[in-house]
Design a protein. Structure first.
Length: 178
């Protein structure tokens, strides 16, 4: 079986993370798998201290309707924050990423996973995602070009807060008087 793949730092790599509780909440009633695991927000809030003592990297994943502010004060010890996109058309994760980066100051790895495709990558990176687990039927190698689809960005965002019109600069005052 080929390894699960992720795009990290604009390169394809093996993904060691297991996202527990995505397929079924029953997974959380069993022993967690060995290696890096990402658990749902509610599970992390209840069991975070004991999970950090496992000796392996621990992350948390958020559903579209999870409030990222609930992670305030609970980010210490996390190696990953992942945001689940259950449907390609569900855009709530973009706001979640912005909140994590801007309001909560999360500087660690922020991953989009689920029904994620090439067409979303450029925009996901703009709001702060830096790793991506594409849907199983999508090829991450062929999606790498998405980061270079656009050469100019008019609006400011998490990845570049200064909008284009602010970068162009005003002409010197003397030039405007004339």
């Amino acid at each position: 079986m080929p390894p699960d793949l992720v795009i990290r730092d604009r390169a394809v790599a093996a993904d060691p993370w297991r996202y527990v509780g995505v397929a079924s909440a029953d997974e959380l009633a069993q022993a967690l798998p060995e290696g890096p695991v990402a658990v749902p927000l509610a599970y992390w809030l209840e069991h975070g201290p004991e999970l950090t003592r496992r000796g392996t990297p621990v992350g948390v994943w958020l559903k579209p309707d999870d409030e990222p502010a609930r992670l305030a004060g609970h980010l210490e010890g996390l190696a990953l924050v992942a945001v689940h996109f259950p449907k390609f058309t569900d855009g709530r994760g973009y706001s979640t990423a912005t909140a994590l980066r801007r309001r909560l100051g999360w500087r660690g790895e922020l991953r989009a996973f689920g029904d994620v495709g090439r067409d979303q990558l450029f925009y996901l990176a703009r709001v702060g995602f830096d790793s991506f687990r594409l849907a199983d039927h999508r090829d991450p190698r062929s999606a790498l070009g998405a980061f270079d689809d656009f050469s100019l960005r008019y609006q400011g965002s998490v990845d570049d807060p200064v909008p284009l019109f602010r970068k162009r600069g005003d002409p010197p005052r003397e030039a405007r008087r004339g």
